[in-house]
Design a protein around this ligand. Sequence first.
Ligand code: ADP
Length: 411
Amino acid sequence: MSFNLFPHNDSTKVTSKDAKVDPTLQAKVIIDSIDDGVILVDESLTIQMINPSASKLCGWNTEEARGISVDSVVQLVNDKGESLEPNQNPMHLVFSSNQATTNTDLTLLSRDGQNIPIRIHITPLVNSENKVYQAVAVLNNVSEERSNEQQRADFISTASHEMRTPVAAIEGYLALALNDKVSTIDTRARGYIEKAHASTQHLGQLFQDLLTSAKAEDGRLTSHPTLVEMGDFLEQLINDLRLVATNKNLVVDFVSGSETNSSVINAKQGGERVIQPLYYVYVDPDRIREVITNLFDNAVKYTPQGKITIGLTGNDQVVQCFVRDTGTGIPKEDVPHLFQKFYRVDSSATRTVGGTGLGLFICRKIVELYNGRIWVESELNKGSTFYINFPRLSSEKAEKIQSQITATNLP
Ligand code: ADP
């Protein structure tokens, strides 16, 4: 059978002026000699071609692997060691999505039972009707990279943990020096110490963020999920947060709306009765407080004037919270990178505002702990809205969890 091995990249096509050299053969020689594993599958997920690197990685020899299902040869598992369902498996998904994808956090279960961390890039090959008829998977063993990452995370984690204590002590003593009741300092010294105090606070925050992000990366973030009704939770939280915004003359609003009719009638202050849907989620309230506080603090930081709106809405499946501001907005080209570690927008509007570039990364990691999703929509010089979706618990499920919690708390 013949196939085009380099469908999207003409520059890599083997061309030969020498008629004696068969281009298909040349392509085979190249593919067989590269270090990346390469596998070609057809739409019935049968392996059409597998190169020696891929066969070595999977533990199958090339002759055996050709003609059998890719699921038998490339066994992809999640971090719990469970086989990926077809709707999570990129080898399956490529035939419906028609899109090239890269996955960096998958594990391959080799034929001899080893768990090998891999990166897998899959490219669909489409026919003239734009239908995917084959797909090329490129696999790399990333064990070494993962182990280096782990060592780096361990180092950051230990270093930031150790450094937090002396920084907290310095911050404490500087605060004492600034306290009129216990110290006497002249005006010029006060100016210097105030600056030192602010920088120490920043350093302390940086160490705290580094520690949290290192933990988030290797799954060590502590989490005690419980039943949380987001409406009540947000109302209370906003009361605590409001002050930082009003100090900057920003208006703070809380809006709660519904796309569903699974609601109850609550008696509100003043005897007024309003429809108030109950948005139950199963999360650690302390972690979610961190997320909303971070988004709110950012909204305050990056909004010179106007309004911050916290919103809550949802449907039967999803609870959606959002934090909207009328601030600087975020350039389009920065939006895809915002939730990466240490990413900060480099613009005159944001450069002067202090920060670590870790806040949104931590937010994403926390939201993902609860199978949620976080994203942003933004317009430059108009403002930004950060959205978070969590899976919604039905009232029945919430009641069941509540009675379990009550039962375990009984003496
Ligand atoms: P930082 O500590 O720098 O605020 P974050 O991870 O919280 O780190 O945010 C990353 C970057 O995203 C910020 O440096 C800023 O450029 C941009 N950003 C975050 N929130 C907003 C917002 N509400 N409005 C405008 N820009 C924002």
